[in-house]
Structure formats: C-alpha cells, structure tokens
Design a protein around this ligand. Structure first.
Ligand code: KIV
Length: 271
C-alpha cells in the first residue's frame, strides 16, 4: 500500500482512523534531525524518539542511563525535521516512577521543550495514576507492554514475554486498563503473535508491535537495526532493509585511502 500523502500531519486521531479502516501504521525510531528528515520524507506515520537512544546513540548496554534532558535534546532535533509524522517521545527511566506528579512534570517538560506530540511510558496498572494525570493535562499517552527494557534488571533477560498464562493474563488486563485510562495506543514488545492478536482484537485503540507478530495495528523497529547500522544485532523479529554498516564502512575506507594517497582533493576539488 502506498503512503497517504493527503494527511498533512498524522495525529492520534488519524491513527485511530487507520486502525478502524484496517490500514497498518508504520512507526520507526529516530533521534536526530538528519535521520528524522529521511524517515519523515519516506512517509512514516509515527516517529518514536525511543529511549533506545541510550543504546544506539550513546553506546550504553541498557536504556536506563539516558536522562530526561538528553531525551528532550533528541526529541527537539527530531521535531524540527518532522513535517508529516506524529512524534512520540519515551519517558526515560527515573522520570516517572517516583510519583504521578513527577511523571506529569516530566511529560510537560518533554512537550514544552521539544515540541513533540505525545509521550510513551512503560508499564500497566502500576503506573495508572501517572498515565491518568498526564492525560488529564491534555498530553497524548502511548502505553508499552510485554518486554519493557527499563525493567531489564527485574527480568534478567530480553527473551519473549508473557508465554506463561499468568503473565499473559496480566498483559491483557494492563492493555484494557491503558485503553480505559485514555491512551491512544499501546506498543506490544516481544510477545507471542497469538497473544498480540487477541489483545489487538480486544482493544479499540491501535497496537504497535515489535516482535509481536503480524496481527498488531502497526509495527515499529529501531532505525539503526532495520538499516543494518548495528552489525551484530540480528534478533528473529528483525527484518534488515539495508546493510548501511558495510556501505558506510566502504565509503570511509575509500576516503581514508584517497587522503593518504594524495588523491583527494583533486584539482577540481580546490579553489
Ligand atoms: O525505545 C525504543 O526504541 C522503543 C521501541 C523498541 C518500541 O521503545
């Protein structure tokens, strides 16, 4: 299906309409102006300024170290590039778990200082008060269930979540709670495809899957993974659309060789 260029700016309302008419939602991460410009020009519906910036931009092992100020810096760069896409920003670890007032203040800072269009927050019923308070301020909220990387030290691994019935049941209840509170969508990360289908069918709001099978209302990937910039990261759910590590590595080696052999700059490349 081709991109609907008639949409001037994707909104949470347009995402709901897309789910209603069965049009899949395409979401990707971006963290800087130049990448976000390419992503937006290519017709993506939602750009997620994910806290995966902690991994792919800053080289940390987990998403925990990234700060609210750093997320705002990434988000404001992305917002300046995005003409069509809805821009959603992760509330980073430590910016909302304390209490709902802190969560609201963090969400307000993101909206005010970056110009983004909404926030994403990891967790279910346990963060209901925070979600509700942020929504009351008129800030669109997207939930995130299943594998929630900010809780990595609680779970210990990045393996598939909610395979056991008790965890699956909690996820079903969490998803319904997030919808009831007023979230405009929910990310489902690394859960069995049939559970994602069940949750998607049970909700009115869209679900966006990553490693959650084909039945979600849309899909999200980390841009560095799908472009093959992260050479070593090849989980089963990832489709790699390019091998940019190799392309860039070849180009840079070519430059190094040209400089060292005095081939660059040539006569035409000087004043
Ligand atoms: O931070 C992120 O990139 C995310 C996606 C993987 C959904 O939360």
């Amino acid at each position: 299906m081709s991109v609907n260029k008639e949409i001037k700016r994707v909104t949470t309302h347009s995402l709901q309409e897309m789910k209603n008419r069965g049009e899949k939602i395409a979401m990707l991460t971006a963290y800087d102006y130049s990448m976000a410009k390419i992503v937006d020009d290519a017709g993506i519906d939602v750009i997620l300024v994910g806290d995966s910036a902690s991994n792919v931009m800053a080289g940390h092992e987990t998403t925990l170290p990234i700060t609210l100020d750093q997320m705002i810096y990434h988000a404001s760069s992305v917002v300046r590039a995005a003409n069509r896409a809805l821009v959603i920003v992760d509330l980073p670890f430590g910016s909302y778990q304390g209490n709902s007032k802190e969560a609201l203040n963090s969400a307000i800072r993101i909206m005010k200082e970056s110009g983004a269009h909404g926030v994403k927050i990891e967790g279910g019923v346990e963060i209901a008060e925070s979600v509700s308070r942020i929504l009351t301020a008129g800030i669109p909220v997207m939930g995130h269930l299943g594998l929630t990387p900010q809780s990595i030290y609680k779970f210990g691994t990045y393996t598939v979540r909610a395979k056991e019935e008790a965890e699956a049941q909690k996820l079903r209840e969490d998803a319904l709670k997030l919808q009831e509170l007023g979230c405009f969508g929910v990310v489902l990360e690394k859960i069995p495809a049939m559970l994602a289908k069940e949750v998607t069918d049970s909700l009115q709001i869209p679900t966006i899957g990553i490693g959650a099978g084909p039945h979600c209302s849309g899909q999200v990937l980390v841009i560095h993974d799908m472009l093959g910039i992260n050479k070593g990261f090849r989980p089963r759910f990832l489709r790699q659309y390019a091998s940019l590590y190799d392309v860039m590595n070849d180009a840079i080696q070519g430059y190094v060789n040209d400089v060292k052999s005095n081939d660059f700059p040539s006569e035409k490349e000087q004043y």
